[in-house]
Design a protein around this ligand. Structure first.
Ligand code: C2E
Ligand code: MG
Ligand code: MG
Ligand code: MG
Length: 285
């Protein structure tokens, strides 16, 4: 009886493992050609000033609509792209497309609008990123100060020694760096003083329950205070309602991002959104 049970368990897990491997192989096969097949595109989410809800800039997020696999989440396909070594190419595409689109948004609204692009740790351990960023700045003619690179905290803290020279060269180009998913990485905070990051993004998981959960609220408040003392701006991710926004305003958070302001939108839908905002009075979102 117990032997049978064990065997059933085994076959269950092995089936699950097979399914997972199959998915992994499929993803890796399909993502390899996704860029040349033009299956990848960028969407944009606004970052808004907490004080007056004005649009401060954007975060660029990659999307993949695969003809064979359908919509695949970035968590899944970015990992696959890293594993087979095509993430540099994807990252280059993200940077170029986002900066080209930013130029257009700047002409529509204001030259000071910023664009944040996510950068994978694999890109930072390969110093081609410096040439890529330089090339993108030259090609698009954007002011380097409006380009922000978001780096995930856990990964950065793990290999700071290794990537420090690359980060310094990126800073020399005049772009800014920010720490993404702050608070999820159990790391020592000393790295924050070791290179000039200009902003911290508080992870969505703290913002999510902040209104009901006192300790999440305290943590968020503390991070904002600490960041300000270090001279950093604070961006809160995943703001979904007015109550969260109100609390973040009390805590002095600078910038907010989340479905409350906008969901990630494709280039045209974001243009329409920006035009609509310009026609509305100040107090409207
Ligand atoms: P991230 O950089 O932390 O991006 C924020 C994620 O939160 C995005 O998920 C966004 O759609 C989602 N989000 C924003 N506001 C809300 C909200 O109010 N509620 C909820 N529930 N979610 C919200 P997305 O687009 O699925 O991207 C997931 C992650 O994939 C990103 O996390 C980033 O780490 C990675 N990623 C996306 N695009 C790129 C890229 O071009 N390059 C690299 N290296 N990574 C990327
Ligand atoms: Mg990000
Ligand atoms: Mg994040
Ligand atoms: Mg994230």
């Amino acid at each position: 009886e117990s032997k049978n049970k064990g065997r059933r368990c085994y076959s269950f897990f092995s089936k699950e493992l097979d399914a997972r491997n199959k998915r992994k192989v499929e993803l890796e096969t399909e993502i390899r050609h996704a860029l040349t097949n033009k299956e990848l595109f960028m969407v944009y989410q606004t970052k808004n000033l907490i004080g007056n809800k004005e649009v401060y800039g954007f975060e660029a997020l990659m999307r993949w609509q695969s003809p064979r696999l359908g919509f695949v989440s970035p968590e899944e396909f970015i990992t696959a792209a890293e594993e087979i070594g095509v993430i540099d190419k994807l990252g280059e595409f993200a940077l170029m497309q986002a900066c080209m689109d930013l130029k257009k948004y700047q002409m529509l609204v204001s030259q000071t609008l910023t664009m944040a692009v996510n950068v994978s740790m694999h890109q930072l351990t390969n110093s081609d990123i410096v040439e890529t960023v330089k090339h993108v700045i030259e090609e698009t003619g954007i002011n380097p100060s409006v380009l922000e690179l978001e780096i995930t905290e856990s990964l950065l803290a793990q290999s700071l020694e290794e990537v420090q020279p690359v980060l310094n060269r990126l800073l020399e180009l005049g772009v800014s760096l920010s720490i993404d998913d702050f608070g999820t990485g159990y790391s020592s905070l000393s790295y924050l003083t070791r290179f000039p990051v200009s902003a911290l993004k508080i992870d969505r998981c703290f913002v999510k329950d902040m209104v009901e959960n006192r300790s999440d609220a305290t943590l968020t408040h503390t991070v904002i205070t600490m960041a300000h003392k270090l001279g950093l701006r604070v961006v809160a991710e995943g703001i979904e309602d007015e109550d969260q926004l109100a609390l973040l305003r009390v805590y002095g958070c600078d910038i907010g991002q989340g479905y409350f302001f906008t969901k990630p939108l494709n280039f045209n839908d974001m243009s329409t959104h920006l035009k609509g905002r310009q026609e509305k009075p100040d107090w409207a979102i």
